[in-house]
Design a protein around this ligand. Structure first.
Ligand SMILES: C[S@@+](CC[C@H](N)C(=O)[O-])C[C@H]1O[C@@H](n2cnc3c(N)ncnc32)[C@H](O)[C@@H]1O
Length: 207
């Protein structure tokens, strides 16, 4: 389960310092997410899955949310704890695998904030990801996701084409908002901030 689709394990990549995704700061999308939508008001209980070094989790905690950062790689967890302590922030860091339900012991959550976890997973695991996120949310809870359409084959990160987003999430979620984020150097293509709410129990009505 800890296999990285690029080869080896996530832990091995963290140990080797092979972490090109790490921006060294919160993603610009976090500021947009804090301006409107379910993270604009709070405090909320927020899960950040695949949190890496914890930059996004710190920004969300500084905005007043009660944040849990989850990562499968022990070295990422150690790095996140260091980064969080250095920032003087308050974030719980959990070592575990989202796909087997390890976030549940820290939940439930009002909001899941997703940034470069979904796109990092083997696409064969996407249904399990959607179920794992849905299963840690309270009724009416929200998924706020930064989804990157880079248009390239292969991965990770795997492409997240805008016109396919609803087909991956619609089984458990209803899309309620989508904005294109301003382009930024490290992410050529289109990056979107997409907000979903959990479908009512029993699923959404068939159109
Ligand atoms: C591309 S990195 C992004 C890290 C962070 N979100 C960032 O943008 O800096 C993906 C992260 O997800 C973690 N990860 C991969 N599969 C996971 C899983 N099943 N459960 C929890 N974390 C996972 C990896 O260890 C890695 O830190």
């Amino acid at each position: 389960m800890s296999e990285c689709a690029a080869g080896g394990t996530w832990e091995a990549r963290w140990q080797a310092g092979d972490t090109p995704w790490d921006l060294g700061a919160a993603a610009p999308a976090v500021a947009a997410a804090l301006r409107e939508g379910p993270l604009a008001n709070g405090p909320r209980r927020v899960l950040v899955p695949g949190a890496g070094a914890g930059h996004d989790a710190i920004a969300l905690a500084r905005a007043g949310h009660a944040v849990v950062a989850l990562d499968i790689a022990a070295t990422a967890v150690a790095r996140a704890r260091e980064t969080i302590a250095a920032a003087g922030a308050s974030v719980d860091v959990v070592h575990g695998d989202l796909l087997v339900g390890d976030a549940k012991r820290a939940g439930p959550f009002d909001v899941v904030f997703e940034h470069t976890c979904f796109c990092a997973l083997d696409p064969a695991d996407r249904e399990r990801y959607v179920d794992a996120v849905a299963d840690v949310l309270v009724p009416g809870g929200a998924l706020v996701a930064v989804l990157w359409e880079h248009g390239r084959d292969g991965g990770p990160p795997y492409d997240i084409a805008g016109d396919l987003i609803s087909s991956w999430f619609a089984r458990r979620f209803q899309e309620v908002g989508r904005i294109d984020l301003p382009p930024f150097e490290r992410r050529p293509g289109v990056e979107r901030l997409v907000t979903f709410t959990l479908a009512p129990e029993g699923g959404l009505p068939v159109a």
